[in-house]
Ligand binder design. Structure first.
Ligand code: TEU
Length: 553
């Protein structure tokens, strides 16, 4: 597919390729991005104040994590009302203003839709709890097993740990593949289908450009709710499981695609889809379903050249037939930050069932090593053909906050795992915008209150303000990389691997080359090429270990 970079507003749309085919999308975890109101919680006012920063950074679109009213049992993935904004974040009018302002700056906005489950505070579930039979039909309610029904209807466990069923005082059980506060919806019920189609239109009519779909492989459960059995009783998303990836789910997305295509310009979807392999993944990317889906294998791959090459090839190969772009992800709000992941030597062949969001806590991290690799990985990601997602703070090289006190942790995983899994708070710590005096490193305008999760002191040297004029900073590298990507990589032909030796990932796209050295020995680069950008200084013209360079012939 030949693609070229585009923007909105006054900038001309190029012919032939949709804007998202080579877009860079910046993920905004709203609670932790920027606080405009001064209460220590990120919000829409804070995000609006940083739109010029994001436009200047050079991204094409934003994906904003759930912004709806929610008891926040799971960071907003427990939605109480799909047609409103959480009062801590602002109002519906603020969201509309944000969309308008972003569009004026050439940024598109994707929101997050959570169709697998609602919050237990949603009016539907409240009605179900009150005994409304029709409301119970919108969720997955069952009688228990055993003589007195005191055994759960099947053996499924929650992704967050513990059983996937909770029993009500009236004896019935309801399914929740995540927290008990997140009851799973019954997508076999046409009322559920109609409701979400209406929610899509509600936001599209307000100018939203698309949605990231949470747990997009969920929704439909095997009708008989069969036991998963001992091998796969865990609901971990990467395994074959009767709760996930049922064929009937595709019908839902055909309906959604029709709605997206009814707008001019058409709206776009990106699926969060955890399935065992790319063959299953691309079924969601057929031309009448979703436009893109995160390529999580890239994120899970250890820092080793052959593993990276294989994952890149497999992903490109898989999407070729359906005509979708690969969608490269290195980080998000669910996994250990890149710097800390690469600061540890991960197993060479990660066993998927054992993949624990890249924590490998039994090794002490070498953060400097992680930073060098993260810089190199950014150049690799941004040189690849397709779409790229950047999670907030990765452009500053933030590391995972691994030593949060158990008392401040908020992720339900921490409690549901009986305090054995610290959960995902460590990648959700509020961003350090400035080093000015105050309790929260410039996260709030006056820094008067602590941020909702405490920031580590070590971040004082990693703030936006520290980095913005530093030629060697992460931020400077990202800005340069995004500028060059727009000018040169976008529109370049598909990659051709270069013969580069065991520790290198090297490819050409048109006149450009990307070289990544995952080893420790310095690597010779082609002498006839000019270095456009490198993640570390070259030594005698060679690329040091754990570094990357972009070259031009
Ligand atoms: O995540 C779905 C999912 O299966 C995971 O990435 C999950 O966080 C992981 O299994 C834990 O091991 C999505 C959201 O990204 C996540 O933040 C939500 O908690 C989850 O859905 C429930 O809505």
């Amino acid at each position: 597919m030949s693609v070229s970079c585009q923007s909105i507003g006054d900038v001309e749309e190029s012919v032939g390729a949709p804007w998202w085919a080579d877009a860079v999308v910046y993920q905004v975890y709203l609670r932790s991005f920027a606080d405009g109101s001064g209460d220590g919680v990120g919000d829409l006012a804070g995000l609006r104040s940083k739109l010029p920063y994001l436009a200047d950074l050079g991204v094409d679109a934003l994906w904003i994590n759930p912004w709806y009213p929610s008891p926040m049992a799971d960071g907003g993935y427990d939605v109480a009302d799909y047609r409103a904004i959480h009062p801590d974040f602002g109002s519906l009018a603020d969201a509309e203003t944000l969309i308008d302002e972003a569009h004026r700056l050439g940024l598109r906005i994707l929101a997050d839709i959570v169709p697998n489950h609602t919050s237990s505070a949603h009016t539907w579930f409240r009605a179900a709890l009150a005994g409304d039979a029709a409301a119970r039909e919108r969720y997955v309610f069952r009688d228990g097993r055993g003589e007195d029904g005191s055994l759960a209807p099947n053996d499924w466990v929650s992704c967050f740990g513990g059983p996937a069923w909770t029993r009500l005082p009236d004896g019935q059980w309801y399914l929740h593949l995540f927290a008990p506060d997140q009851p799973d919806l019954n997508w076999a019920n046409p009322e559920v289908v109609a409701e979400f189609e209406d929610v899509l239109r509600f936001w599209f009519d307000r100018g939203l450009d698309g949605f990231r779909i949470d747990v997009a492989h969920g929704l439909m459960k095997q009708p008989d709710l069969a036991d998963a059995g001992p091998r796969i009783a865990s609901s971990q998303h990467v395994q074959a499981h009767p709760a996930w990836d049922q064929d009937s789910v595709h019908e839902v997305y055909r309906g959604w695609r029709t709605i997206a295509d009814s707008y001019d310009p058409p709206k776009v979807f990106v699926g969060e889809i955890w399935v065992p392999d790319n063959d299953r993944l691309v079924r969601y990317l057929r031309p009448d379903e979703l436009h893109t889906a995160f390529q999580f294998d890239f994120l899970r791959t250890p820092w080793r050249a052959d593993a990276l090459r294989t994952v890149i090839d497999d992903a490109r190969e898989a999407v070729r037939d359906v005509g979708a772009p690969p969608t490269w992800v290195l980080s998000n709000h669910d996994v250990t930050r890149v710097v800390t992941r690469y600061a540890r030597h991960q197993p060479l062949h990660p066993v998927e069932a054992d993949w624990d969001r890249g924590r490998w806590p039994y090794q002490a991290p070498d953060i400097d090593l992680g930073r060098r690799r993260a810089r190199a990985a950014a150049l690799l990601q941004l040189a690849l053909p397709g779409t790229a997602y950047i999670y907030q703070g990765e452009e500053w090289g933030l590391d995972e906050v691994e030593d949060l006190d158990g008392r401040v942790r908020q992720d339900p995983m921490w409690v549901q795992s009986d305090f054995t899994d610290p959960g995902r708070d460590g990648c959700r710590v509020p961003l350090p915008w400035g080093a000015q005096a105050g309790a929260n490193l410039g996260f709030s305008p006056d820094g008067a209150v602590p941020a909702w999760l405490p920031q580590p002191e070590s971040w004082a040297g990693l703030t936006h303000d520290e980095q913005v004029d530093d030629p060697d900073s992460f931020l400077t590298l990202y800005r340069a990389a995004l500028r060059i990507r727009h000018q040169l990589w976008c529109g370049a032909e598909d990659l051709v691997w270069l013969d580069s030796g065991g520790d290198a990932v090297a490819f050409r796209r048109g006149p450009l080359e990307c070289w990544v050295n995952t080893g420790t020995r310095a690597l010779s680069l082609p002498s006839c090429a000019a270095v456009l950008l490198s993640s570390a200084g070259l030594v005698d013209g060679k690329l040091p270990g754990d570094a990357a360079a972009w070259l031009r012939h």
